[in-house]
Design a protein. Structure first.
Length: 454
């Protein structure tokens, strides 16, 4: 026993046993000593060093077990049935000793036995008197934190607080925090650059020849954003707010304008005057969560957020439900949030085209950068019909136009057929099955994909 402890024992004074930083291996636990540490002798190695009370260290570990490891209430009845009725091994199951020893990798720590001896009673026995089980959770369990928060967000903007919603701001801040660097800028992996010379496409339906002539006579005006007073509710923008919707493929434009057989369509190519920087929603699932461990606060939450981000693009690309004027409200709020939050870094968003079965790619530019410029080719011949007129680069918002209509890129189309793709089900249950049940059963009810032209 160290001399000063021997003296304390002789005098009848007993000190609280301590643990030193050298007897603790995981970095998250070592960081606790920065604020809770004090100079004392260590119970485990006997050396004088930077120490803290073991009870504080253990309490932190127990809190991380409760936060970062799933319990019985975190699994759906279906998942519990798979584990205990069907014997599935898809979800890891362990008791608290294995969780601490293997999952938290604390089995070789000198304080491990004391840690196990002091676990809260509920970690051993549940409310029903059965042994408490813990479950591995990588964010893909059916009860995802952010899926639940998304449902609440959608409900709030639909029925509670549409325009001033602090809860929505906090939720979206949390969701998109994964896209931001420590300096507050967007991570490079979620940004897509469209350089000068690369093409975007716009299309318009022409009801008759006169309207087609008006379009080609004023490409910048006719292919530009819809005037504010005519702007209707769209996927990303509500009534009265006009943004420029484009596509990376000309064929995608023809699908996105909902043209039908017999329609006459005029399309054109656009290219950036300098370059456009876009937030690419199609790559959100590639963003890696913070490099955390089970011993870090927020570890499990970060995994749930990562999985949710991978599904968010589908939510934002989902087609508007029939006779549901509120369908686009949630995506419009997200678009407005991204516009205000990241508008100084990017000019718009990239998202998949549901009209092409996600084979095509859409682009929507923020209103501030949606104005077009047109410069006729130097050798244009006025005798070739209505000569397109040039427009000034100054746009409605007082800054230069960011896109120019590519000279001689206008094409004319007559829609001769619409291709419809559909999944074939042999039973009505497959047709009306929920997304959750479809995920559970996999391809059982999805027999094949069929095409039809009309």
């Amino acid at each position: 026993m160290p001399p000063h402890l021997q003296m304390a024992e002789k005098s009848g004074i007993r000190e609280e046993p301590m643990i030193c930083i050298d007897c603790v291996t995981p970095p998250p636990l070592k960081r606790l000593f920065d604020t809770l540490g004090t100079e004392a002798d260590c119970k485990y190695c006997g050396n004088l060093g930077h120490t803290m009370e073991p009870s504080l260290l253990f309490s932190y570990i127990y809190d991380r077990v409760a936060e970062n490891v799933a319990g019985k209430d975190d699994l759906s009845h279906y998942e519990l049935g798979l584990l205990y009725e069907c014997g599935s091994d898809e979800i890891a199951v362990s008791d608290i000793d294995i969780v601490l020893m293997e999952w938290f990798d604390l089995g070789k720590e000198p304080y491990f036995e004391d840690l196990c001896d002091g676990v809260p009673r509920e970690f051993r026995v549940d409310d029903a008197g059965d042994e408490t089980h813990f479950y591995g959770d990588d964010g893909t369990l059916e009860q995802n934190f952010y899926e639940d928060r998304w449902k609440k967000f959608v409900n709030d903007v639909h029925y509670k607080h549409r325009y001033f919603n602090s809860g929505a701001d906090k939720f979206l801040d949390s969701v998109f925090s994964l896209l931001v660097t420590d300096g507050g800028e967007l991570k490079p992996e979620v940004m897509r650059t469209i350089a000068q010379g690369e093409l975007l496409y716009r299309a318009r339906i022409a009801q008759n020849q006169k309207q087609a002539e008006e379009i080609i006579a004023d490409p910048a005006g006719q292919f530009g954003p819809t005037p504010k007073h005519l702007a209707s509710s769209q996927r990303m923008t509500p009534n009265g707010i006009s943004a420029l919707y484009c596509a990376l493929e000309r064929e995608t434009c023809l699908s996105e304008i909902r043209s039908i057989t017999g329609d006459h369509v005029v399309s054109t190519a656009l290219t950036p005057i300098g370059e456009l920087k876009l937030l690419d929603l199609t790559v959100l699932d590639r963003v890696e969560p913070p490099d955390l461990t089970l011993l870090d606060e927020g570890f499990r939450d970060s995994l749930h957020r990562k999985v949710f981000l991978g599904s968010l693009v589908k939510k934002m690309s989902r087609p508007k439900a029939r006779n549901d004027e509120l369908s686009y409200l949630s995506t419009q709020v997200v678009f407005e949030y991204l516009r205000l939050r990241f508008g100084k870094y990017v000019d718009g968003l990239v998202f998949p085209s549901v009209q092409t079965g996600e084979a095509g790619t859409n682009v929507v530019l923020f209103p501030e950068v949606s104005r077009l410029l047109y410069e006729p080719p130097a050798n244009s011949d006025p005798a070739d019909g209505s000569a397109p007129k040039a427009v000034p680069a100054e746009n409605l918002y007082g800054s230069s136009a960011r896109l120019v209509v590519v000279a001689d890129s206008i094409q004319f189309h007559k829609i001769t057929a619409i291709e419809t793709k559909a999944k074939h089900y042999d039973h009505i249950y497959g047709l009306f099955m929920s997304e959750l049940n479809s995920k559970r059963l996999g391809p059982i009810f999805e027999m094949r994909e069929v095409k039809a032209e009309g």
